[in-house]
Design a protein around this ligand. Sequence first.
Ligand code: MG
Length: 301
Amino acid sequence: MNGPYYIADRCFRDLILANVALRKISTGHLWTEGPVWFAAHQCLLFSDIPNQKIYRWMCDGTVNIFRENSNFANGNTHDREGRLITCQHGTRSVTRTEHNGDITTLADQFDGKRLNAPNDVVVKSDGSVWFTDPTYGILSDYEGYKSTPEQTHRSVFRLDPQTGDISQVATDFTQPNGLAFSADETLLYVAESGASHDETVPAVIRVYDVDDDNMLQKGRDFTTLDKGIPDGFRVDCHGNIWTSAADGVHCFGPDGGLLGKILVPETVSNLTFGGPRGNELLITATTSVYAIHVNTASAIA
Ligand code: MG
């Protein structure tokens, strides 16, 4: 099959398309992350963390600045009301951009101490906001403001935006990073990216059962990457995991087996499904953002 692919399992052929190009849709950035597709606006937002900007890519190919002075924004998503939710290293907070443009701080501390540097975020259908809090954004002055962590752990947190209550739902990570729910929200996948600074940490995506009280149970390894570390990832409508890696995007089946790879010429940080028909992977990769059509779509309608 023609295209920028590595096929590990013949099932992968059903998920990709022949004769499609990997298109570079934006470049000239320092480190891109946090892609989120807004179907209602037919646009992609993504962060350039060191440049402190959030960019907007439109389907007609134009790219413009959505937000100057983004406070080292990293992960983005939207809630069920279509409001942008953003992790900001600079303020060590999770924020929500209201429909009128006001920015509301949803969380900036836990147990009376400042968060480390919220990295990636996802919203469950009940409105709860789940985010990871590794220390990357305070390790240097490049992607935030260098500082000493106040938190004991690098945790996964669940936030109730109605009450502001924050619950610590996982503490067994060196550096938790990307996260995503399965389509039925009975599973939460979380990336362990601690190998970035400690090669003894396995480059794994972990998975937890989500119980009826919105707590995580039975944490276990889902899969291990053979190249690079997992940062951000998404789940498709078949339950496959599409994750960032050093050599591109790796696709794993629901059992954790490698199905194949989309090879990308820059280190990938994150990705999301989007485009006018929802069948494109939009990939943030170091200095650029890439797009490629696929034969699948997001698990989230
Ligand atoms: Mg990340």
